[in-house]
Ligand binder design. Sequence first.
Ligand code: ZN
Length: 422
Amino acid sequence: MRTRAFKYELRLNNAQRTSVEKHAGAARFAWNWGLAERKQRYKERERKDRYTSAMQQHRELNNLKKTDFPWMYEVSKCAPQEALRDLEQAYKNFLTGVKAGRKVGFPKFKKKGKCQDSFRLTGTIKVFPDSRQVQLPRLGKLKLKERPRLPTNTHILSVTVKREVADRWFVSLTVKVPTTPPPTNHHRKPTVGVDLGLNQFAVLSDGRTFHHSKPLSTLLRKYQRLSKALSRKKRGSANWHKAKTKLATLHYRIRCSRLDQLHKITTTLAREYGQVTIEDLYVKGMIRNKRLARTLSDVSFGTFQRLLKYKCQWSGTMVIPADRWFPSSKRCSSCGSIHQELQLSDRQFLCPSCGLLLDRDLNASYNLLDYLWITVTVAESSSETLNACGAAVRPFESPPSPLDGRETMIAARPMKQELSTN
Ligand SMILES: [Zn+2]
């Protein structure tokens, strides 16, 4: 079984809107209360129970409900309970992250109006597709803006209700769906090499191309105008709030259109191909390149990789990540020689050795298509080198020796520029 989430927008009336806001408020309050309590415990050094759990905290909060927070009876008990569980998870993530040497922040207090309003509920959750409704504990039946399409006879584990910009509320239903074994006919589907780039989002070795929607670039002027307008308003005023919502809505639109495009491409790749070779992009390092940072975050290769990975797992498609140093752009797909002088601005690939003239990205996708074959040949040739010289030579980092054969040429390491293009 695997978990899947289904997200729908809610159509709320005023009473329901107040009610979901109260729930989100209770969740935020519980989080803040729990965090303060944990911090207090930790300070008291002689105390035996310096560490606590979500369950224990929920019990304590329940006891305080009667006397201190009677307003909490207006919301489902799940909202604070789940918030405390999230807090516990945040603590665990922090501790394991620190141990592993990763950069993980300590849980923070949530500020009303600044944090994202959301809460999670468990228990009896029902979906009525025909009347387009969802039934949640305490909140009752809420209308959805579209017909929910959950798989039949699924058990809904939990629901997260979340506020997006411009007061739009969404439900995200988490369900368990049976894992269907991936179809065994995937080897009959075609193999493809995919070159990701900044001019075209993806160029496939069978000639298909996917254009960039590049949402931010198109809307950049609008974005600049709106953020200028916001900065000219008096902070906290009614007009400032209006301008802020406008800007946030634009942001949201950009995010949605970007994600939509990524979903379309990855679904196509996972459904129609049996094997996909793709560059293993080092996104974090690339974003550090300031000149490319905005364009790169705009096209979000990181999300692309994540989506492709799980979709291919579902469909049984093999994903082969090409080595980071594989010179997919500079290698001639016909004769295998490396074109060192290839510039970022060259849109055509003209091979100095054999005279092949080809679209640059298409040439790269051909190379990726042949990636496995090429690496195998290189590995074999390098093991020969190892026997001959007695020294370990890594296939992609060996210095370019006199160009006498195909294998040695492939082994030449690409220049830095190459990395930022791909
Ligand atoms: Zn050539």
